[in-house]
Design a protein around this ligand. Structure first.
Ligand code: AMP
Length: 298
């Protein structure tokens, strides 16, 4: 069938769907609208650059599900509570653009700070509850910055589906709450964490580890897995599950634990007893490098 006829046929199908008028008193679910009127058009992968195979997995997922894939590369100043951390963050746009090309990205959006935050136009998005514990407790304003920049990026790119890593479990929970709370017509997809062969979750920050610390770092995942095994063995007391993880981390005295918590997998609120799906999340420091990771119990 010639291209133009195919196009008109597709238009007719859509029109037929629209002509069937419905009166809705409640907001329709995203999937219902999406299925009837739109293909899975634009897939979006927000990143801060310094791209690695973890980002690549998000792009590959978008590529396999969407017509067009957009990735953003923007080191967002409002989500850093530490100026030095912001300044030291890896930046290599040429390499990132090449990486995006290999993973089938169609458009890379890499704005300047002034583009995203014009002077005298301060508006912030704040999401209580889910933003407050874990990283939120130790990085004041971090999730306000994340929610704000993601809202801006969503408005600019107008994606149908956006992809986020499960590695940043609290961030994913914040974004899900953002989209639900502000009725954004966007499907959020969580992508499993990509790890090195020794279990360490890939992260732009791994580059900053010394050789010795790189060898110590996989203990974080081993501690999380040890805690998860407690749950699999029937332990429900969060205190005991935590203690098991902390015991593993204590094997390496140079590791400073920022937090090690058992939280509800959706609300990110601490639990004292495991009843449903929980996320075991931790942040540690190794010589000035902060690493986070998590596992979810089934
Ligand atoms: P970042 O550039 O660190 O802001 O990360 C951009 C996106 O990539 C976020 O949705 C992260 O959760 C995701 N991401 C980062 N590291 C990994 C990983 N190891 N596996 C899967 N996704 C990741």
């Amino acid at each position: 069938m010639p291209e133009v006829i195919r196009h008109i046929a597709a238009m007719r199908t859509r029109l037929a769907q629209v002509r069937h008028l419905e009166m809705l008193k409640t907001a329709p679910s995203r999937s219902r609208l999406g299925n009837s009127l739109k293909a899975s058009g634009i897939g979006f992968v927000p990143t801060m650059g310094a791209l690695h195979a973890g980002h690549g997995a998000l792009m590959d997922a978008a590529r396999s599900e969407c017509d067009v894939v957009v990735a953003s590369v923007f080191v967002n100043p409002t989500q850093f509570n530490n100026k030095e951390d912001y300044e030291r963050y890896g930046r290599n746009l040429d390499a990132d653009v090449a990486f995006c090309g290999i993973h089938g990205v169609n458009v890379v959006f890499a704005p300047e700070v002034e583009e995203m935050y014009p002077a005298n136009r301060d508006v912030f998005v704040e999401i209580p509850g889910v933003s407050e514990g874990l990283c939120g407790a130790f990085r004041p304003g971090h999730f306000r910055g994340v929610a704000t920049v993601v809202t801006k990026l969503f408005n600019i790119v107008q994606p149908d589906i956006a992809y986020f890593g499960e590695k940043d479990a609290q961030q994913l929970a914040v974004i899900r709450r953002l989209v639900a709370g502000l009725n954004m017509p966007i499907t959020i997809v969580g992508v499993p964490t990509v790890r090195d062969s020794d279990g360490l979750a890939l992260s732009s920050r791994n580059e900053r580890l010394t050789r010795e610390d790189r060898q110590r770092a996989p203990l974080l995942y081993r501690a999380l897995e040890a805690a998860r095994r407690e749950i699999e063995n029937g332990v429900t007391d969060a205190g005991r599950i935590r203690a098991r993880g902390l015991e593993v981390l204590a094997q390496e005295p140079s590791i400073r634990v920022e937090y090690f918590e058992v939280v509800d997998a959706e609300s990110m609120q601490p639990v004292t007893r495991v009843a449903g799906r929980v996320c075991i999340a931790a942040a540690i420091w190794l010589d000035g490098v902060r690493l986070i990771d998590n596992v979810v119990s089934s």
